[in-house]
Every structure is written in structure tokens, then in C-alpha cells.
Design a protein around this ligand. Structure first.
Ligand code: C2E
Ligand code: CA
Ligand code: CA
Length: 726
């Protein structure tokens, strides 16, 4: 959610700063990071092992050569030693041993020669010394092998030819090769160590090179991708030390660019969404004016600043468009919206000289705060509003004259809290509406008392309903020509208990019905009325009396807010009243809301056999078109017209028109509020069908009404000669 007090623009700007990801230092991977990466382990191990295996193979191949070389060496050393030991003066012909004993012992002690046998060129044995060689030369066998190595490789026997020795002798020598194995092993070990070190070195060099050009960029890429997945909006990405232009370097660069781009897009989207949410949360979509939340915040700011700090005054206005609902309902929301837009722009224009904040609070309600100095004329501001709407508003070539009611409160006089100021300007607005539209009212503490009284009344009404404080009264209705009783209107009475000596007092329905309507309490209350009236009428019929039908008032709220059809059906079933004995009186207000539903409800009621009358006809919206569309039986001329018909020519004309209109549509016409003979005479003259009024009877309780019908002889309206109406 947005922080309280964050201005509209500041929210947008602060976001933009975040869009560019903060430049990150060129952090590189440490060697240990490189080592820890799995891929480096794999590469290292495989390179190292491969090198080792290759080198071992080479070693295996070189070991026989090494051995061969060793044997060659001791053979050569033997040859040199023998050549030096032979006495050059002795010839093979002399068949004498050419190496004397001392020299022979020296040879055996100091060289690898362990023993030897000397032959003449004819293979004659001349002598031997030390360990005798196994190979022997004799005349009959030709020995073609010149050397033999024992199985355990410890003994090496060689035949040195006279050519090799450079003397006319053949020597078969037994050489000691017992250290051949150890020397070979040492050779192998030494080589293995060298190979191991070499492999390690080569691997390390390779890893450093690969690390730089391949591993590091790949690990960077992986780390950056993980980071981008974790924090797509603000990824903390790392850049390579050098920008390589090889394949991996380019891939890394592209990936980093994409991550950056993605983060920028996301941040931008978020900032747009936040801007939008901010707009939706604080601005009215239709008029683009601040909404109630924004208005309250601004009001609080102004109270703190302009009033508390600077000692100024605030004027808070609540403005309601008069009868705007009619425009909406009859011409549609599109027209309604256009009118509202135009009104909003007129308000903005009218306040252009003032330090004002204008907001749309709800459908047709606006609020304005104006900061003023301590001297100002109250009426100036409200007059500006009235003047702004003096010119009709044109929408789709139609012009609309819009009236407004204005409630005004002042800060600090009427409060120093935003909610209280607004509540008080709303109270003043309600008062303005009640006192006739197109007016402005300034909040006064007395208004509060009225509101408090209403709340008290609502609480009392609830108790009244729970504690059966309501009673039905009945007022008879007559056929104007015959004087016959045709029915009665059920009128609700409330005896509210109090501490007075009467134990309570009757409260007029004029006072409590509007409150019951506003609170919705009229729904259960109206159902109670219907049930009680139907039950009473049915019982009168059951007693064999002739009470006629019962007329029950149905309030507009009750009509729209409850399932009237079902309720009526249930009540008729419960009480057993014949539907033709029930008449419902509805007012023209029901035609203002949801026409289709109204037609349906009325048709269904009428189909049950119930009669329908329009009460207070002529005072409301009076659209004649609906009269044809709806199944109506009776028009009821409002008592105010009847009462004034003889003193006010307009009221007389209206009464006459209603009677004629009703008749032309085939409807009966009943007049209420007939108080005098003159009224009766006039109505009779105009051909009105039925009457109801104090001239015959007030609304009376059930027992009195029973008494009345039992005794009534049809003589209250004797057929009289008509007097001339002046
Ligand atoms: P309404 O439906 O127009 O009822 C007629 C009112 O005129 C009644 O006032 C009645 O007592 C009064 N009246 C009848 N004849 C005369 C007369 O000759 N002279 C004068 N001056 N007045 C006469 P009441 O009973 O005070 O009711 C006032 C309004 O309260 C009713 O006007 C009706 O709108 C409402 N109301 C009364 N009872 C109910 C109810 O049960 N349900 C609903 N929804 N509204 C009711
Ligand atoms: Ca009525
Ligand atoms: Ca009436």
C-alpha cells in the first residue's frame, strides 16, 4: 500500500530513480570460489588423471628398455674389466689361464663379476674363478646364445667373444645382476613422482587458463542467472574483470544485458501499476478529481497547517446535486456521467480564484475545502457554486438545469478534526435538502440535536416493533354517488411510552415513517401492517359484516427492498383474505427505480387479483406514460390538492385534471382529505368516484371501526342536489 502522505508526484519520481540498477563494482570470483565450483573439479580431475594414465603407459613401455640398458652396461663394464685383466703375453695356444689369481680375485671382489671361465678359441677350458657360470662351452656343441638372464633376474651370464675382448680367448662370465629389480623399481618410482608433479603442474596451468577464459565467465553467468531469478526487479549482478570478446564472454554480456533489461521492464511495470493504484485509490475516475480518501488527507493537512499553524480558517462544503438520480434513472448512466463531468468542471472553474480543493465524494456528492483568511463573506463561496450552475448544462443537445444543496461547516468553529468537519457539513447539507432544494445551510449545533433526536427515534422504533407498540387505525372510504362504504385505509399508529401522565403519546407517521424508511425498518414494520390489516379485514368479513376492501400503504423502500409478492401471497394464505378485498397504495416514487422490476412486481400482484392504487397522485414525478403501462385500478388525489381546490385555482385545475385523466384511462378516482361539504360538493361536481376524509371519519381503532360498520346505514352522503361550484 502507498504510504500515507506520499504526494502523487513524489511517488512516481522516487520509483524512477530505482529503475536503473545500481552500478555494481567489478567483483570477480576468488580462487577458492573457482575451486569450489563443480565444473572445475570435473575438469581438473579428468585432465590430471588423463595425464597420469598417459604417462604411466609411457612408463610401462620404457621399463624393458631400462632393463636392457642396465644389462648392456654391466656387460660392457665386465668386458672392460676382463680386457684390462688379461695378461697380454699369454696366448690361447699356450692353453694357460691368461688372468692370474690375484687379478681374478680383484675382479670378483670389485666388479659385478661373480665368477668366470676362460676358454681358448677352440673351446678348451683354460681355467675358472669364483662362481662357475652355468653356461659351458665345449667342442661338440655350438652355443649360439651369447647371454642368459636367470628367471629371478639375479644372475646374468655372458659369453665374451675374442673379438669383444680383443684377445684370443673366450670368457664365459657370471655377472651379479641382483640389484636389477631394485634399480628398475627406483626408476619407476622416480618417474611416477615426476609424472605426478608434471600432471599437477599442467593441470594447474590449464585450470588457471580455463578459469580465466571459461570457468569464471560461466560461473558468473550462473550466479547472475540465479540472482536474477531470486531478485528479478533488483538483481545484484556481477561483471567480469575483463570484457572478453570470445563466445563465452559475449554470451555473458548478452545475459547480463537481458537481466538488466528485464529488471528495468519489471520496475517500470511496477511503477506504472503503483501509479495506477495510487490514482485509483486517490482519484475519482470519472471526473479525475481527488476522491474522499484524498480529500480527508488534504483536509487533515490543511487543519494542521493553515488552521493550527497559520491561524487561518477553512470552509468545508458538502454539495449534493438535486434530483440527480432522476437524470440517471430516466436518461441512463451515460448521460448522468456527462452531466457529472460538466458539473465537476464548473466547480473547478468557479473556484479558480480560491485556494480550494475540490473532490467527488460519491455518485452525486462533492466536497470542497477552501482556505480563507479570518475575514471572509460566507455567502460568497456558496454563491459561486450556485452561479456556476445557473447556465443549464448541455449534454447530447439536451440541456439540464442542475440544482444543488450545500452544507457548510467551518474550521475551527465547527471542529478541528477532518471527520467531524465533514460530518457537520453533511448534517448541514441534509438540512439544506429538507428545507427545499437549491439552498445552502451553515452548520449549527441545533442540527446535531435534530440528528440525535432521529437516532433516538430509530432506537425507539426498534423497541416499538419488539414490544408491540404499534396499532392499526382504519379510515373509511365511500362511494361518492351512493354513500355506500366501499372500504377503509389502514393507517399505522405508534403509541410511544414515556414518563408523562398518559404513559406515552401518539407519534405521527409523518415523523416516524421517513426514519423507518431510511433505516430499512419499514420492511418488517410494513409486513406487520399488511398482516394485521388483512387479518382484521378478513375477520370483519367472517363476522358477516360488509367492510369492503382494505387499502394498505406500501412505501417505496418496502416495494424495492423486499420480495413484496411473496410476502403478500403468504399473508393472503395465512389470513385467508380474498385478494379482491386487498388494495395496495403505492406512490409514484416506485416508478423511479428499476422499471422492469416494478412492472413485474405490479403485474404479479395484479394477477393475484389485488387492486392497485397510486397514492398522493400529482405530487411526485407524474409521468403519464407509466399509467398506461402498469396495471393500475385507482388514482388517489392527494389531500393537499383537495384541501386547497376551492381557494387555489392551480390546485383546482390539478384536481379536475386528475379526475379526467383517471377516467380517460378507465381508472377509478378517489379523493382524500375531504373535510367539508364544499370539498364534497366540488368533487361530486367533477365526477370523482370515491372519497375519504375527516368529513366522514378520522382514522379510528378497530373496535370503533367495527362499531361504525355495524351501524352505518349508508347515509353519510345522502344523494343531494349539486351546488354550483364557485
Ligand atoms: P397517506 O397515505 O396520504 O394517508 C393519508 C393521511 O391523511 C393520513 O394521515 C390520514 O389520517 C390523513 N387524513 C385523512 N383524511 C384527512 C382529512 O380529511 N384531513 C386531513 N388533514 N388529513 C386527513 P396519517 O395517518 O397521519 O398518515 C400520514 C402518512 O403516513 C400517510 O399518508 C402515509 O404516507 C404514511 N403512513 C401511514 N400509515 C402507513 C403505513 O401503514 N405504511 C406506510 N408505508 N405509510 C403509512
Ligand atoms: Ca395512503
Ligand atoms: Ca395520500
Amino acid at each position: 500500500m502507498l504510504k500515507k502522505g506520499s504526494g502523487f508526484n513524489s511517488a512516481g519520481n522516487s520509483l524512477k530513480a530505482n529503475i536503473i540498477p545500481a552500478a555494481k563494482g567489478h567483483r570477480v570470483l576468488s580462487v577458492s570460489q573457482l575451486w569450489r565450483s563443480r565444473i572445475s573439479w570435473k575438469i581438473t580431475l579428468s585432465v590430471f588423471l588423463t595425464l597420469l594414465v598417459v604417462q604411466t603407459c609411457i612408463l610401462i613401455v620404457t621399463v624393458p628398455n631400462f632393463e636392457k640398458k642396465y644389462l648392456q652396461d654391466i656387460r660392457e663394464n665386465g668386458r672392460v674389466s676382463f680386457s684390462a685383466a688379461v695378461d697380454a703375453k699369454v696366448t690361447s695356444l699356450s692353453l694357460k689361464m691368461p688372468i692370474d689369481k690375484r687379478t681374478s680375485r680383484n675382479l670378483v671382489v670389485n666388479t659385478k663379476i661373480a665368477g668366470f671361465t676362460v676358454y681358448s678359441l677352440d673351446n678348451d677350458l683354460l681355467g675358472s674363478y669364483g662362481e662357475a657360470p652355468l653356461m659351458q662351452l665345449n667342442k661338440s656343441t655350438f652355443n649360439n646364445k651369447s647371454e642368459v638372464l636367470s628367471h629371478d633376474k639375479k644372475h646374468y651370464e655372458i659369453i665374451y667373444s675374442s673379438l669383444e675382448l680383443g684377445y684370443p680367448f673366450i670368457i664365459v662370465a657370471h655377472l651379479n645382476s641382483s640389484d636389477l629389480q631394485n634399480t628398475t623399481l627406483a626408476y619407476v618410482k622416480e618417474n611416477l613422482l615426476i609424472f605426478f608433479l608434471l600432471s599437477g603442474f599442467v593441470t594447474s596451468v590449464l585450470l588457471i587458463v580455463l578459469g580465466q577464459w571459461l570457468l569464471e565467465p560461466i560461473i558468473l553467468l550462473r550466479n547472475n542467472l540465479i540472482e536474477a531469478a531470486k531478485h528479478p526487479e533488483e538483481p545484484n549482478i556481477t561483471y567480469p574483470k575483463r570484457n572478453n570478446n570470445d563466445e563465452v564472454g559475449v554470451a555473458l554480456k548478452i545475459a547480463n544485458d537481458l537481466i538488466k533489461q528485464n529488471s528495468m521492464n519489471l520496475l517500470q511495470l511496477r511503477s506504472q501499476a503503483e501509479d495506477r493504484i495510487h490514482k485509483l485509490a486517490y482519484f475519482d475516475r470519472l471526473t479525475s478529481l481527488p476522491n474522499r480518501s484524498m480529500f480527508l488527507e488534504k483536509l487533515e493537512d490543511n487543519i494542521r497547517g493553515h488552521v493550527m499553524k497559520d491561524g487561518g480558517t477553512l470552509v468545508v462544503m458538502s454539495i449534493d446535486l438535486d434530483r440527480f438520480k432522476d437524470v440517471n434513472d430516466t436518461l441512463g448512466h451515460e448521460v448522468g456521467d456527462k452531466v457529472l463531468e460538466a458539473v465537476a468542471s464548473r466547480f473547478v472553474h468557479s473556484m479558480s480564484d480560491e485556494d480550494a480543493i475540490i473532490s467527488r465524494a460519491s455518485a452525486d456528492e462533492f466536497n470542497i475545502i477552501v482556505s480563507v483568511g479570518d475575514k471572509y463573506k460566507q455567502d460568497t463561496l456558496t454563491n459561486k457554486i450556485f452561479t456556476a450552475l445557473e447556465e443549464p448544462i448541455s449534454v447530447y443537445q439536451e440541456s439540464f438545469q442542475i440544482g444543488v444543496s450545500i452544507g457548510v461547516s467551518h474550521c475551527p468553529d465547527d471542529g478541528v478534526e477532518a471527520s467531524k468537519l465533514l460530518k457537520n457539513s453533511d448534517i448541514a447539507l441534509n438540512r439544506a435538502k429538507e428545507e427545499g432544494r437549491n439552498t445552502a445551510r451553515y452548520y449549527s449545533e441545533d442540527f446535531d440535536k435534530v440528528v440525535q433526536k432521529r437516532f433516538q427515534m430509530l432506537r425507539d422504533l426498534r423497541t416499538g416493533l419488539e414490544e408491540d407498540q404499534f396499532i392499526m387505525y382504519y379510515q373509511p372510504q365511500f362511494n361518492l354517488r351512493t354513500g355506500e362504504l366501499i372500504g377503509s385505509e389502514a393507517l399505522l399508529r405508534w403509541f410511544r411510552p414515556d414518563n408523562s401522565k398518559n404513559g406515552g403519546q401518539f407519534i405521527s407517521p409523518v415523523d416516524f415513517i421517513p426514519i423507518a424508511e431510511q433505516s430499512g425498518l419499514i420492511v418488517p414494520l410494513g409486513e406487520w401492517v399488511l398482516r394485521t390489516a388483512c387479518k382484521a379485514n378478513q375477520s370483519w368479513h367472517a363476522q358477516g359484516l360488509n367492510p369492503g376492501r382494505i387499502a394498505v400503504n406500501i412505501s417505496g423502500v418496502q416495494f424495492h427492498r423486499s420480495d413484496l409478492n411473496t410476502i403478500v401471497e403468504n399473508v393472503l394464505n395465512e389470513t385467508g383474505l380474498d385478494p379482491k378485498n386487498l388494495e395496495l397504495e403505492v406512490t409514484e416514487s416506485i416508478f423511479m427505480d428499476d422499471m422492469e422490476k416494478t412492472i413485474n412486481t405490479l403485474n404479479q400482484l395484479h394477477a393475484q387479483g389485488i387492486e392497485l392504487a397510486i397514492d398522493d397522485f400529482g405530487t411526485g414525478y407524474s409521468s403519464l406514460s407509466y399509467l398506461r403501462q402498469f396495471p393500475i385500478d385507482r388514482l388517489k388525489v392527494d389531500q393537499s390538492f383537495v384541501r386547497n381546490a376551492l381557494s387555489n385555482s392551480d390546485d383546482m385545475a390539478i384536481t379536475k385534471t386528475i379526475i379526467n385523466l383517471g377516467h380517460s384511462l378507465g381508472l377509478s378516482v378517489i379523493a382524500e382529505g375531504v373535510e367539508t361539504f364544499e370539498h364534497e360538493n366540488f368533487l361530486k361536481h367533477e365526477g370523482c368516484d370515491e372519497v375519504q376524509g375527516f368529513r366522514y371519519s378520522k382514522a379510528i381503532p378497530e373496535n370503533e371501526f367495527l362499531q361504525f360498520i355495524r351501524t352505518y346505514a349508508g347515509d353519510l352522503l345522502p344523494p343531494q342536489k349539486l351546488f354550483e361550484v364557485k
